[in-house]
Design a protein around this ligand. Structure first.
Ligand SMILES: NC(=O)c1ccc[n+]([C@@H]2O[C@H](COP(=O)([O-])OP(=O)(O)OC[C@H]3O[C@@H](n4cnc5c(N)ncnc54)[C@H](OP(=O)(O)O)[C@@H]3O)[C@@H](O)[C@H]2O)c1
Length: 268
C-alpha cells in the first residue's frame, strides 16, 4: 500500500512538472492581433501546410493579399482553395517556389516583381529538419537558410518601396544547439543526428541573419524579426520535407537521391 502511494505521488509530481514545463516553456503565446491588413501584400513561404497555412489563414481573414510560395502546385492550390473558403478572401494566390533550387528562387522573385506592385510582409516560414539526402550540398541549410537569404535579397527593394514593411523569419529555439562551422556548413549530412544538428545550425543562421539584416535596414522603415513559433504538431517531424522530384530538372536529378520509403512518404 505504501509503495502504491509512493508511485502515485511520483506520477502526480511528474505530471505537475510536465504541466509546468508545457504551459511555461513549450506552449507559445497566441497571436490575438485583429488589425486590418487590407491593402497589404504578404508573401509566405511554405504556406500550404502547418504553421505557414495557419498564419496565411489568419492574414487572409484580416483582409491581406496573401501569396503562398510553395514548391508543389497541387498542395499550394489546395491550400489556396481552403484558405479562400475559410476566410472569404479571394485574394489568396499560389506562386511556385522551391527553396532547394536557387534558380527557382530567382524565377519566383522575377514573377513576383513583375506581377505584384507591393510587398508589405515577407514571411520566411518554409523549413524542415529531415530533408536527408543531397549530393553536392546540405539541403537543410539550403532550404531553411540559403534559399530564404537569396529570396529576401531579391525582394528587398520592393519591401523598401512599400515601407513601413517587415521581414519575419520563422526560426526555432533549436538554434541554441546550433554551430556555425564555415568549413562544413554547406556539406551534405547523413543520419538523424547529423540531420538534426544541421537543422539547429540552419536555425542559428536564421537568427544571425535576422540580426544582421535588422542592422543593415536601420533607418529604412523595413523591420526584421526572428520568431520561435512554439512546439506545434506539424509534418515537420514526420520527414516529409523532400524536394519535389517533378520540379528537379532531369539533368540534375542525381543531386537529389531519395530512398524508396522517403518517396512513398512524400505527399506528392
Ligand atoms: N513545428 C514546430 O514545432 C516548430 C518549432 C520551431 C520552429 N518551427 C519552424 O516553423 C516553420 C514551419 O514548420 P512547420 O512546423 O509548419 O512544418 P510543416 O508543416 O512541415 O511545413 C513546412 C513547410 O515548408 C515547406 N517546404 C519544405 N521544403 C521546401 C522547399 N524546398 N521549398 C519550398 N517549401 C518547402 C513545406 O512544403 P511541402 O508541403 O511541399 O513539404 C511546408 O509547406 C519551419 O521553419 C520550422 O523550422 C516549427
Amino acid at each position: 500500500r505504501e509503495a502504491m502511494t509512493t508511485v502515485l505521488l511520483v506520477l502526480g509530481l511528474l505530471l505537475g512538472l510536465y504541466a509546468l514545463l508545457y504551459y511555461n516553456c513549450i506552449r507559445g503565446a497566441k497571436c490575438r492581433a485583429q488589425s486590418s491588413l487590407r491593402g497589404k501584400t504578404v508573401v509566405i513561404t511554405g504556406g500550404n501546410t502547418g504553421i505557414g497555412k495557419m498564419t496565411a489563414l489568419d492574414l487572409a481573414r484580416r483582409k491581406a493579399r496573401v501569396i503562398l510560395a510553395c514548391r508543389s502546385r497541387a498542395r499550394g492550390e489546395a491550400a489556396v482553395y481552403d484558405i479562400r473558403r475559410e476566410s472569404g478572401n479571394n485574394e489568396v494566390l499560389f506562386m511556385s517556389l522551391d527553396l532547394a533550387s536557387l534558380d527557382s528562387v530567382r524565377a519566383f522573385a522575377e514573377t513576383f516583381l513583375r506581377s505584384e506592385p507591393r510587398l508589405d510582409i515577407l514571411i520566411n516560414n518554409a523549413g524542415g529538419n529531415l530533408i536527408t539526402e543531397s549530393d553536392g550540398f546540405n539541403l537543410v541549410f539550403q532550404v531553411n537558410h540559403l534559399g530564404h537569404f537569396l529570396l529576401t535579397h531579391l525582394l528587398l527593394e520592393r519591401l523598401k518601396l512599400s515601407a513601413p514593411s517587415r521581414v519575419v523569419i520563422v526560426a526555432s529555439s533549436a538554434h541554441r544547439s546550433g554551430k556555425i562551422d564555415f568549413e562544413n556548413l554547406h556539406k551534405p549530412v547523413e543520419g538523424i543526428l547529423q540531420n538534426f544538428q544541421a537543422y539547429c545550425n540552419s536555425k542559428l543562421a536564421n537568427i544571425l541573419y535576422a540580426r544582421e539584416l535588422a542592422n543593415k535596414l536601420e533607418g529604412t522603415d523595413v523591420t526584421c524579426y526572428a520568431v520561435h513559433p512554439g512546439e506545434c504538431g506539424s509534418s515537420l517531424s514526420l520527414g516529409m520535407h523532400l524536394p519535389n522530384p517533378a520540379q528537379v530538372p532531369r539533368g540534375k536529378r542525381s543531386e537529389h537521391r531519395y530512398s524508396r520509403r522517403e518517396v512513398q512518404s512524400s505527399p506528392v
